[in-house]
Every structure is written in C-alpha cells, then in structure tokens.
Design a binder for this molecule. Sequence first.
Ligand SMILES: *Cc1c(COP(=O)(O)O)cnc(C)c1O
Length: 223
Amino acid sequence: MGIISENLKNIKDNLPQGVTLVAVSKTKPNEDIIEAYEAGHRVFGENKIQEMVGKQEVLPKDIDWHMIGHVQTNKVKYMASFVKLIHGVESLKLLKEINKRAKQNDRVIDCLLQVHIAEEETKFGFNHAEITEILSSETYKAYENVRVIGLMGMATNTADKDKITSEFESLKLIFDKVKESNPQITTLSMGMSGDYNIAIDNGSNMVRIGSSIFGLRACAISQ
Ligand SMILES: *Cc1c(COP(=O)(O)O)cnc(C)c1O
C-alpha cells in the first residue's frame, strides 16, 4: 500500500459515522489523486478553479469535486458544469453568479456560506445576522439553481487549542440556530489536518484534509 492510501485509510478508520471526508488535493499531481481514487475515495477538494478544471478533465468522471477556496465571480462559469459543492460562498453577488451559471448548465449547485470565525481579518465570511438575512431574502429565494445546504468556517491558524475550540463552538452555535428556521441547512464544513478532531468534537460533519493525506505542500503557508 502506498503512503497516500495508508494515510487515507488511517483517517477514514477513525472518522465517526456521518462525517464526510474531503481529500484536499490542491497543488498535488494527478497520480496522487489516482492513488486515493483507487483506494476507493471519490470526494476531492481544490482551491483554484483552473487547477480543478484541469484535473476534472482528465480524471475519472465519478469524482465529486468540491471547490474549497476563495471563488472569483468571473471564474464560476468554468466549473459550473460539474462542481459538486462550493464551500466558500461569501457574497450575495457570488451566489447570483453561481445561480446564473448553474441555470445555463441546467443544474442546481449546492453551496455553503462561509462564516467568519477566525480572528484574522484576511479570512472571509459572513456573520450570523448576515446569514439569516440572506437565507430569508426574496433575492435568495428567487435563485432556483443554487441551494445553500450548510455553513463552512476556518479557525485561526494557531497552536492554541482553546482558541480553536471556542471558534468552532461559535460556528456550531450559529449552525444550530440557522438550521432551526432553515431545515435544508445540514452540512457543517469545519476542520483541516491540524484541527479536524477538535472540529468533529464540536459538531463538524465535513472535514477538509490535505497534508495529512497527501503530505506537505511545497508552499504550505501561502496555500
Ligand atoms: C488547503 C485547505 C485545507 C486543507 O489543509 P490541510 O491543512 O492541508 O489539511 C482545508 N480547507 C481549506 C479551505 C484549504 O484551503
């Protein structure tokens, strides 16, 4: 067994039932994805649209591609025909564009709204009030080709476990409240290689794991 399939197996064996694993393959070559694919994995996450499109074109068609990175509005069209889930929706303008491109492809695209929980100002996202406002707006209700099925968040990049825990707790609280009035909200995407166990302990049901499966990226800090 290769190292990638071994890592994958170790992680999957320890994930609780009901937690979806998104294998984050950004910057990694197709051979690495194929190794994970041959080990039975089908859900992969990328953070750059062009890179994801390039991989989707040549890799098996039954892969579910998740866009986990920041999405530029003018690039939505390139992935609209196949993307399975867009994690990082952080503006109504983006939702509008996704709706338009999904409609052109005769699809409904599932999305997660990104919530700002980290202290870093560079991380994008809505707060609780904004999420409630969007989901109850007539504008959103008129978008027939996008479906917001959950929330996504990223904790501060820190070794301070208490801080990470309290950020994930705050996202879980928002998730539970939003869910009360919006039953279609079922997915909570939180947790990466360094903090996914804390995320799961705090209610995550979708984790995005890259380096613990595929190894460190060449430029792990900027990516
Ligand atoms: C890169 C990335 C991940 C995976 O990071 P690892 O630390 O390698 O597991 C998860 N989520 C997002 C949004 C990312 O950009």
